[in-house]
Design a protein around this ligand. Structure first.
Ligand code: GLU
Length: 502
């Protein structure tokens, strides 16, 4: 029988979840869904010094916002719990004892100061200090000391447990994307697996849990590739079956050079967290607060490092769940393109139903205490829809339907206004005053005739009117806009610009 697909997202709660982590979670989730498997959330909180309050909640809320349903985790529970490493200490203790009894690990009693001294001495000789098979017998550990001394030191309780890394061995590991990865154990130190404070180190807890939780595929960021050899050796030491390893390509900066960092968000002006993060005196808004839809965020992230094998770009989460496969993951870095990010949001917003956008607009109007006529909202949304890119753009893109422009775009004034403009505008205001049936085709016709009669360029006249109505030179169909703004308000705005111009 084929082994059930079980994957895990295993963040350390050392701060808010960022988009790199979210993409790792997404690929794990999609792989699980595609294969009817389980998506597990495991909180790797062994390093209490780096623990940041609120990050577990931020991680869970962010996954929830994106619709990535967790099958097993700290809040859901499950058959392989607990799902926080801080609650699994007993397990690590018994497994480390097992590893020592298998003679694959040993107790070490060297103090920090003693090791520091040796390190400095090696550096003086121009050498890098590595504690491993070449020198471990010179140190204070259970391999070098006799039984009595070891027992005595163990009683004092201040010891670590180190992995007995094999001497000068070629370790051949496999990564699904990269194939064979060969490393030499001579470059590896005897890693501390268990600390003097009774906590496992990241590597040990990570491997124990992946095994105990029956994880079939470890899908994680490329930054963990250098740890693969140690993890591989740990599985061998216990004689456990290994999961498959997939190290995801890096997300690169918008320039394409170097790994995307959290600081790049502020630098290039895009969010790096799915949801707002609040700490002490700092509030950083996330994708949600910046007006991104969760579907669009997910869609964008899915294509950073994965491709469907076709030209298709816009996907719902359900479609991604069907189409995802490990074989279409790329193994080179994926450039983060903030404009493409917005483009995806635009595509998903185009799919929103009219009433959803109307509700959103109404909410914004209410929040900003702006008067409106509900009957007009439908036409407004219909007009501005193609121009919307973010959910937060609904009001700024339609504000002129509700309030007169407060100021005019200076560049536009320079571009299209001259000393005849006030006269033209007063003329147009009279035309508008005399339109009987205030409907866009009639508005268009009368203005067209006015321009023709005066030998004025139609385009230029339209520019002036648009500036008066909208405050700038862009916007949807002008005649429909005028119809919605209304006869009286339009006349007022046109006269206001005429009076404003010198
Ligand atoms: N706790 C690690 C992290 O924060 C997870 C590494 C892994 O997925 O194996 O990235």
């Amino acid at each position: 029988m084929l082994k059930k697909i079980r994957v895990r997202f295993a963040p350390s709660p050392t701060g808010p979840l960022h988009i790199g982590g979210l993409r790792t979670a997404l690929f794990n989730y999609l792989f699980a869904k595609k294969n009817n498997g389980d998506f597990v959330l495991r909180i790797e909180d062994t390093d209490q010094k780096r623990y940041v309050t609120g990050s577990e909640k931020h991680i869970i809320d962010s996954l929830d916002w994106c619709g990535l349903t967790i099958n097993e985790g700290p809040t859901q529970g499950g058959n392989f719990g607990p799902y926080r490493q801080s609650e699994r200490k007993e397990l690590y203790r018994s497994q480390i004892e097992k590893l020592v009894s298998l003679e694959k690990a040993y107790y070490a009693f060297d103090t920090r100061e003693e090791l520091e001294k040796v390190r400095l001495e090696s550096e003086k000789d121009g050498k890098v200090f590595i504690y491993n098979a070449h020198n471990r017998h010179h140190f204070k550990n259970s391999l070098a000391l006799n039984k009595e001394k070891t027992a005595e030191l163990l009683k004092r309780g201040d010891y670590t447990v180190r992995f007995k890394t094999p001497k000068d061995k070629e370790i051949t590991c496999y990564d699904v994307l990269r194939g064979k990865v060969v490393l030499s154990s001579s470059l590896m130190d005897d890693k501390v697996l268990y600390k003097s404070d009774g906590n496992p180190t990241y590597h040990f807890a990570n491997v124990i849990d992946d095994h105990e939780m029956n994880i079939s595929h470890v899908i994680r960021g490329e930054e963990w590739l250098p740890s693969l050899a140690l993890h591989w050796l740990l599985y061998d030491a216990f004689d456990w079956t290994k999961p498959k390893f997939v190290h995801l390509p890096l997300i690169l900066k918008p320039t394409g050079k170097g790994k995307l960092s959290k600081r790049d968000g502020a630098k290039f002006g895009f969010p790096v967290y799915p949801l707002k993060w609040t700490s002490d005196d700092l509030v950083i808004s996330g994708y949600k607060e910046s007006g991104f839809m969760p579907e669009a965020t997910i869609n964008f992230l899915a294509l950073l490092g994965w491709n469907p094998g076709t030209e298709k770009e816009v996907f719902t989460l359900k479609q991604l769940e069907k189409e995802f496969s490990l074989k279409n993951l790329n193994n080179s870095g994926a450039r983060f393109d903030p404009e493409k990010n917005i483009w995806f949001n635009q595509q998903h917003m185009l799919k929103l139903e009219g009433p959803t956008l109307i509700n959103l607009l109404e909410e914004c109007l209410k929040q900003n205490k702006i008067d409106y006529d509900f009957k007009k909202l439908d036409s407004i949304i219909r007009l501005i829809r193609p121009r919307l890119d973010l959910l937060t753009s609904v009001l700024p893109s339609s504000i002129y339907f509700f309030v007169s422009p407060k100021n005019y775009n200076a560049k536009a004034i320079n571009k299209i206004c001259d000393h005849n403009s006030p006269q033209t505008l007063f003329g147009v205001s009279t035309v508008i005053e005399n339109i009987g049936v205030f409907k866009s085709p009639k508005i268009k016709l009368d203005i067209e005739n006015y321009a023709k009669g005066r030998n004025l360029g139609f385009g230029k006249v339209l520019g002036l009117i648009r500036l008066a109505i909208v405050g700038e030179l862009s916007g949807p169909d002008l005649f429909e806009t005028i119809e919605i703004v209304g006869q009286t308000a339009s006349i007022k705005r046109i006269k206001a610009l005429a009076n404003f111009l010198p």
